[in-house]
Ligand binder design. Structure first.
Ligand code: HEM
Length: 465
């Protein structure tokens, strides 16, 4: 099947852009290269839920690295873009320049709407009223509500005390098992992670509600297929009713309680925002295990991480800036949202010409985070670039958007960084880790472009005091 069509059939340079005219689309051969090296590995790996076999293939074949190199070559050849291409009749523009990325993210939702057709089709499978796929005044209301409940601008959420208890209790159970077997595998971590997430979001009564997570998993699998996927309406109703039942009997100290207590205008669908939070916490689990893999293989950073983990009172909420930096590096190096998408609602003007309304702007974060010349740490693990001592230089860098930014940037970022850093601290406090799985990471070698989290395995040893 032919995946690409282009306005210019011949390969090679597009016509010189005319500032008053429309930016010309890439030639057919190069557009096919972008599809093959950039879009296909992202789609194959699974956009909404990762597919283990495809992740392994992407890792083994170095597919992500090819995608990054493809974008680097195009940028060298055509300049900063945006670079238009047509894929199966739909107009895309690859955003290569950090300044353009910043503009697209800041000028959201108008004229750059986050609710693209692809996202609406897939996310409606399990969050038909989610803020991501809402528009107009509904988006504004739902966004305000999410920011209020998630306390977007607070490094330590008001519920941080209970969250610390939950994370440390579940970490202790996980570590008991790891001590017995001498190892930590993804499957064990994942089960413990979901118990933690269900307690944080829905309350202790949901701790062992693996059925809810399985229902969400099945809906996410359907969502992976976007427009081509089967509609699972019956399962969606069952799942949403289960989520609502926790909000109807809200447990003190859970996000569900905050949802029940926080007033919002009609049409916000307060409980209907929760499915996104459950779904998105999955990415934070991946980021945690990958951060642990980085720390297990970078001895200097491991020393700092351990110092931070053991400083102060671990039973009370702490900000843990270095461990937050490790979490941010994990997502910078292996973005859990490799494509940040916006669909333009009007014609937009660029240095080289205009692009019509309806263009899908794609920020390919593996390229922006590693290969864009403005991303100075490229393939190395550099958690310190996110901490106060360096003036948080990475925060000011528009090429680095692990949690996106602007009016539709992740409202859960602080909550995620708190959860992940608290868990990392609990894991590191009294235990040492070495990476037993492949690929091996080394402080002296570039960090690989893919790290399949499903196959991660650590040897675990209690530390001698
Ligand atoms: C490692 C974990 C996570 C990462 C890397 C992450 C990153 C992101 C990114 C890149 C976006 C897209 C923003 C855009 O299109 O510009 C996003 C959106 C969002 N995230 Fe997160 N996220 C994570 C976890 C969470 C969690 C746990 C929650 C809630 C508890 C959450 C809530 C949201 C919401 C509600 C949106 C939609 C925002 C909007 O459309 O206005 N995220 N996140």
């Amino acid at each position: 099947m032919r995946l690409t069509e282009s306005s210019t059939e011949a390969p090679g340079k597009p016509d010189a852009p005319d500032p008053a005219g429309t930016l010309p689309a890439l030639g057919a051969r190069e557009a096919a290269g972008v599809v093959a090296d950039v879009l296909l590995p992202v789609l194959a790996g699974g956009v909404i839920v990762r597919r283990p076999r495809a992740m392994s293939l992407v890792e083994r074949t170095g597919w992500d690295r090819r995608g990054v190199e493809r974008m680097r070559t195009l940028r060298e050849r055509y300049g900063p873009g945006p670079l238009p291409l047509t894929v199966r009749g739909r107009s895309y523009a690859m955003v290569l320049d950090p300044g353009d990325a910043r503009r697209v993210l800041l000028e959201t939702p108008e004229p750059f709407s986050p609710a693209t057709l692809e996202k609406r089709a897939s996310l409606a499978q399990f969050q038909p009223h989610g803020v991501v796929i809402s528009g107009g005044p509904e988006r504004t209301r739902r966004r305000e509500f999410a920011e209020q409940v998630l306390e977007t601008h607070e490094p330590l959420h008001d519920l941080a005390g209970r969250l610390t208890d939950v994370v440390r209790e579940e970490a202790a159970v996980l570590l008991e098992g790891a001590e017995r077997s001498g190892q930590l595998l993804w499957e064990e971590f994942d089960a413990a992670w979901w118990r933690t997430v269900r307690r944080i979001v829905l309350g202790d009564a949901a701790r062992d509600d693996a059925t809810l997570t399985a229902q969400l998993g099945a809906l996410r699998s359907a969502a992976n297929w976007s427009l081509a996927g089967p509609r699972r309406r019956q399962l969606r109703s069952t799942f949403l009713a289960r989520v609502r039942s926790y909000v109807a009997q809200p447990e003190p100290g859970s996000l569900a309680e905050r949802v029940a207590e926080t007033p919002a205008p009609t049409g916000t669908d307060r409980a209907g925002q929760i499915p996104h939070w459950l779904f998105a916490y999955d990415a934070a689990g991946m980021a945690t295990m990958r951060a642990l893999a980085l720390l297990a293989t970078h001895p200097q950073s491991a020393v700092r991480a351990h110092e931070e983990a053991t400083a102060g009172n671990p039973d009370s909420p702490r900000e843990l800036p270095f461990l937050r930096g490790c979490a941010l590096e994990s997502v910078r190096l292996w973005p859990t949202t490799p494509l940040i998408l916006r669909e333009s609602t009007a014609q937009t003007g660029w240095a080289g010409g205009t692009l019509p309304a309806g263009t899908v702007f794609a920020l390919y974060t593996p390229y922006l985070h590693r290969a864009e010349p403005a991303a100075p740490y490229a393939d190395s693990f550099a958690p310190e670039q996110w901490t106060a001592e360096t003036g948080q230089e990475a925060r000011a860098n528009p090429a680095l958007v692990p949690f996106s930014s602007g009016p539709a940037g992740c409202p859960g970022e602080n909550l995620v960084l708190f959860t992940v850093s608290t868990l990392l601290a609990a894991l590191l406090e009294r235990h040492a880790y070495s990476l037993a799985s492949h690929p091996q990471l080394r402080a002296s070698a570039p960090v690989p472009a893919t790290l399949d989290h499903f196959t991660l395995c650590f040897r675990v040893q209690p530390r001698t005091l």
